[in-house]
Design a protein around this ligand. Structure first.
Ligand SMILES: [Fe+2]
Ligand SMILES: [Fe+2]
Length: 139
């Protein structure tokens, strides 16, 4: 069983959002494997940097998408993202400063946050899209 298992209840749009989320899940697993196998700092540092970068990119993409569809709780959703990005960058700063054990904490933080955030907050996007589709079908 993978460290971070993708599950059907994490599906949002069967499109670009899911593709981003799945990729992040894979990357969290890669980082976890690298830290638990005691891989070199060069590999761990690279994976960690890519994961933080791709998470922030996903978040920005998702926010632009929310704005484009007129999602009603975009501001609130963005606040949740902001808080997470702040803790992510704080931990990455610690890692860069030489606290290498932070890499393991980061894979746990990313797994726990993504798993909850997708199932709770991003799920509202799915509900919104479904309602919109039903509304359009009625017209
Ligand atoms: Fe989100
Ligand atoms: Fe997301």
């Amino acid at each position: 069983m993978a460290y971070f298992e993708w599950a059907g209840d994490m599906e949002i749009d069967q499109g670009p959002i899911d593709a981003d989320h799945r990729r992040l899940v894979d990357q969290v697993n890669e980082l976890h494997d690298a830290t638990s196998q005691g891989r070199g700092q060069e590999i761990v540092g690279r994976l960690l940097g890519e994961l933080v970068r791709d998470t922030v990119e996903h978040i920005r993409r998702e926010e632009r998408y929310l704005e484009s569809i007129g999602f009603p709780e975009t501001a609130q959703h963005r606040e949740g993202h902001e808080r997470f990005v702040a803790s992510l960058q704080q931990l990455q700063g610690q890692y860069d400063a030489g606290h290498i054990t932070v890499a393991a904490q980061l894979s746990a933080l990313l797994r726990d946050w993504l798993s909850l955030h997708i199932r709770r907050s991003d799920k509202a996007i799915k509900t919104f899209l479904q309602r919109r589709e039903r509304g359009q079908a009625r017209r």
